[in-house]
Ligand binder design. Sequence first.
Ligand code: ADP
Ligand code: ADP
Ligand code: ZN
Ligand code: ZN
Length: 750
Amino acid sequence: MAEFIRIVGARENNLKNVSLTIPKRKITVFTGVSGSGKSSIVFDTIAAEAQRQLNETFTAFARTFLPSYGHPDVDTIENISAAIVVDQKRIAGNSRSTVGTITDIAPLLRLLFSRAGEPYVGYSNAFSFNDPQGMCPRCDGIGRITTLDLDAFLDRSKSLNEGALRHPDFKVGSWYWQMYAGSGYFDNDKPLAEYTDTEWELLLHGTGKVPVEWQGGTINSTYEGIVVRFTRVYINKDAATMSDRNREIFERFTRSETCPECAGARLNAKALSCRINGHNIAEMSALEVTELVEVLRRIDAPQAGPVLESLIDRLGDLVTIGLGYLTLDRPTATLSGGESQRVKMVRHLASSLVDMTYIFDEPSVGLHPRDVDRLKKLLVKLRDKGNTVLVVEHDPDVIEIADHVIDVGPRAGAHGGEIVYSGDVAGLHEADTLTGRFLRHATPMKTEYRTPTGRLTIRDASLHNLKNVTVDIPTGVLTVVTGVAGSGKSTLINEVFLAEHPEAIAIDQSAVAANRRSNLTTYTGILDPIRRLFAKANGVSPSLFSANSAGACPDCQGLGVIYTDLAFMEGVKSTCETCAGRRFKEEVLAYRLRGRSISDVLEMSAAEALEFFTERKIRDVLRAVNDVGLDYLRLGQPLSTLSGGECQRVKLATELHKQGSVYVMDEPTTGLHMSDVSHLLGVIDRLVDQGNTVVVIEHNLDVIKHADWIIDLGPEGGSAGGEVVFTGTPAELLEFPHSHTAAALREHAG
Ligand code: ADP
Ligand code: ADP
Ligand code: ZN
Ligand code: ZN
């Protein structure tokens, strides 16, 4: 069997014609600063080629239903096996997708009930909320129902003639309105508040045939009360198929509530009546996984022995990976990125496929150092089953388990795209690369702390697992919120604190702009001054230099590339032939500013642009962009191509001049190399020194060591967490005996 994946001449994005070999059935970790080209190798080259080769194996007919993958820009790739990407994308799921269904643990639990439940009910389908046999008939297995919100729909102070029906389709004079006003059932001038019980009943729930006066004639029509009609016409339609306008209206006039029939359990009465040791299947699915394992261990049912065993095994994987605080009935749509990735990992661990290539994108995201050890064990388990494991990772602890390391650099963007080291971990520690250097040098613990200027108090917070938490957040300093996954950090900060302090600014990793036309210059507002400079230098109108003007290339509308969207297929991107990627018409390109065309300027990196421009307003923005470590970004690169970490730093750059604000960041080190982290800390220090308050949720020990104040939550995840374990300085935490964070700090202390 071929022992290596061989890649020759890779050129995706910033890759400089690189060649590399990757040992098969081993763990290879890709390191390097953010923007160096790790994803370009792993996702855009290896995963893309594996997927393309897989698609080639389908018939031409089947392929028309699959997304089409172009050849990645690479000379050859040999010995690649089918690849599975386990990334941090949220699990797109409807309300029927839960932790139980996505991990395939739910079917095992159903099997257990069909074998060992009392009274015996039948096949395991009878316990499925996705099967007509098991689902609650009222909510169709969703657990929630949508009803007409009469308070929103009706203005009780008005009569029908005055417009008591607020929905636009029922406005005075419309056909629906006429149905009520022309029915003869009501006094059209009487305010609804004065209706008798009979009139209410007719208005809301009545049915029957009535002659309705309409446009001068009389039509015999079916009368339906408002609730009946609204339910038939609107609620029974799939909201996903509605137009944006209709969905908006729909949401304004409806409310969602727990299903009264199943109380949210999603199953019908028969399924819920079946029990094992007193628990029905909905109750078991609502237990935290760690508790569920205990309940299952106490079951004595020889006829279900093998099922019980594999259930306990699979749940054990969830616990091992630090997700023991989740419940099987948790909708996947509510999981964080890190949780989603680990849930997907559990699904793959159970699979019996071998000789696959598994690709992980920073699996340590969201994991406390305590749980990183368990993650490492799972990666090793996957390798030992005979798979090739590729991991993009920055955490020194995870890098340690690599059989092979590929360090990409030396820096980011145009200054990266090369392999600067490949070999074992010991060699990486000696290597003269940024990664090697940072592995050798430990960040010192901060010993001088800023003095708070005041405090913001969170009082009696009890959302999710929080146990009546009251805690002060000091202002004017850097506070780091720590604790194992599931301890309640996001609940406390992102939900409770942000809800109480809407003036606080959350800087997250979500996309900055969905639009292909937005880039650094449009987002930061420097495109306008740049256009005016060009206009002034050439005595023409500034509008010639914008992407949607008469000056732009008519074929690509100033994008330089053409996107072809095809039904069923991923869009294809190609350089615009008309302008050869230069975005503007020839005559516009002839206008120069200090010898450069507008197209040349958009091709500049932020660092080059900082040298080119002398104007203060433009320079302030560019300096901020450079300060957050995005010096390599080209001004014209669409923001839609940025990674989450890059998006977060673009947002930071636009905030750097503010004062007196409160900033909240959730794991800002995601996607960042150790050297990027020290850069980020510099930026945060600047924000705080300018008089801002910064609150950061982090597991990264370098960030924790850099805090002025620490709030540690725990002691564990889920119901065993939700308390403040410690507040104080990093030095005080180091001495504190009862905290997982303290233990991790001691282990990694300088
Ligand atoms: P890493 O994974 O090491 O953070 P990437 O491989 O994502 O780095 O990016 C390498 C470089 O290529 C960066 O300068 C990035 O901005 C650029 N890049 C990534 N994707 C695209 C794209 N779709 N179009 C243009 N440039 C891109
Ligand atoms: P952390 O940020 O420390 O990882 P979280 O605040 O995300 O912890 O979670 C704390 C607890 O609240 C966990 O038990 C988690 O399962 C629960 N939880 C979080 N979000 C939701 C939600 N949307 N629905 C139900 N439970 C939730
Ligand atoms: Zn129901
Ligand atoms: Zn063009």
